[in-house]
Write a protein that binds this ligand. Structure first.
Ligand code: ADP
Ligand code: ASP
Ligand code: MG
Length: 405
């Protein structure tokens, strides 16, 4: 008997009809003789709706209360999924993240999983029940509910798969798998049959929200092979696993777009050791993830620092930069929200040159201006105007020969 973890995302459990369909698929897996743990997200849109309600009652809601609120979305779907299975005569029990033994640190809204005590899940499985676990949530040492960052149900699924040593982990979503670009932006995008953890991680952290990036990191660390596939059909999906030699033959695997970024320019700071450290210490202390960083050449002892942060953190960033400005004798903080990041990713870049030149030429030919540039071993990212980024993604996809025939 093998063990399977099946995760169903927000669209897959978007309404009661879809929840019933999900229950049918789970029933099929059970009837094939497998032990099944299911992880579900909140219905599509519910997490955003709850966030909007929080903002409507308080401009800056407490992060602890935010977790209390947002975790509700998943609690609705676990119960409904269990009930739908009961309707099919399948024994099933719903568990919150805490009941499933997912223990996290205290960092509300972005908590990290510390341990998983799967004994309660194991006990139910051995009684022949399907266990339905609420994604996106855990519990901290004090017994308070935490959430794992947006898209965090992916992480719940991968972590549980590791903890119960599942034979298979399937991530069911509203697309057939991981594509060479977001099919909503690039209609010529193609499904990828297999992709390495490193490429998937770079795609995810560059804005391909088909998988939460932290979940991919966790999968790589714990060697969890998983498949991303559609809950609406039985097509083969995309297998995400460790790199194998033939993967390097493909130079650019995919193109990612991230519209959830803002650019911050701290201008006129003292060009001396310690200035940048102070600025980024402030960001780190506020748990703000800084992505691209550019410092221009100092002139007359003065320099400018430009960097990107998640769009949702701009207010927080501005606030914690204020006290730092005095220390680094900075003149000004400017925030630009009308930007987006475009990235090309591929393990083949390690052994092939010319990717940057081709990318820049493609954008130049379309008269698209590049604002910031960063590179890693397997990725090149550029910041562009928000209103040109979709077009830039389509052009880039074509330049690297990724368009479907
Ligand atoms: P779920 O609710 O199932 O977790 P998400 O909305 O989080 O689903 O992720 C699926 C969506 O990710 C797709 O509908 C698609 O628009 C988007 N997406 C972005 N980049 C990609 C990509 N490279 N391949 C597939 N889907 C992508
Ligand atoms: N419901 C959460 C979110 O919308 C978690 C998830 O869907 O994975 O971010
Ligand atoms: Mg998701």
């Amino acid at each position: 008997m093998s063990r399977i973890v099946q995760k169903f995302g927000g669209t897959s459990v978007g309404d009661v009809e879809r929840i019933k369909k999900v229950a049918e698929r789970i029933k099929l897996t059970v009837s094939q003789g497998h032990q099944v743990v299911v992880v579900v997200s909140a219905r599509a849109g519910v997490t955003n709706e709850l966030m909007a309600r929080a903002k409507a009652v308080c401009a800056e809601p407490s992060e602890r209360e935010m977790d209390m609120l947002l975790s509700v979305g998943e609690q609705e779907t676990i119960a409904l999924t269990a009930m739908a299975l009961h309707g099919h005569g399948v024994e099933a029990v719903s568990f919150t993240g805490g009941m499933a033994g997912i223990q996290t640190d205290r960092l509300h809204t972005k908590a990290r999983i510390q341990t998983i005590d799967a004994s309660a899940v194991e006990a139910q499985l051995s009684e022949g029940k399907v266990v339905i676990v609420a994604g996106f949530q855990g519990i901290n040492e004090d017994g308070h509910i935490t959430t794992l960052g947006r898209g965090g149900s992916d992480l719940s699924a991968i972590a549980i798969a590791a903890a119960i040593k599942a034979d298979k982990c399937e991530i069911y979503t509203d697309v057939d798998g991981v594509y060479t670009a977001d099919p909503r932006i690039v209609s010529a995008a193609r499904k990828i049959n297999e992709v390495s953890y490193d490429e998937m991680l770079e795609l995810a952290s560059s804005g391909s929200k088909v998988m939460q990036s932290r979940s991919v990191e966790f999968a790589e660390k714990h060697g969890v092979i998983f498949e991303v596939r559609s809950s609406f059909n039985f097509n083969r999906g995309t297998v995400v696993k460790a790199e194998v030699p033939h993967m390097e033959k493909i130079v650019v695997r995919g193109v990612a777009v991230d519209k959830d970024q803002a650019k911050i320019i701290v201008s006129n700071i003292l060009d001396k050791p310690g200035s940048a450290a102070k600025v980024f210490r402030a960001m780190a202390d506020a748990n703000i993830v800084v992505d691209m960083i550019v410092q221009n050449v100092g002139r007359n002892g003065i320099a400018n620092l430009t960097f990107t942060v998640p769009l949702g953190d701009t207010l927080k960033a501005q606030k914690c930069l204020e006290p730092v400005l005095d220390e680094v004798r900075g003149g000004h903080v400017a925030v630009h929200e009308n930007i987006a990041k475009l990235s090309v990713v591929g393990v083949g870049m390690k052994t092939h040159s010319g990717v940057a030149a081709d990318l820049f030429k493609g954008l130049a030919d379309a008269d698209i201006n590049i604002d910031l540039i960063t590179t890693s071993e397997i990725k090149i990212s550029v910041v562009l105007d928000l209103d040109r980024v979709d077009e830039a993604a389509r052009i880039t996809h074509k330049v690297f020969g990724l368009d479907a025939d």
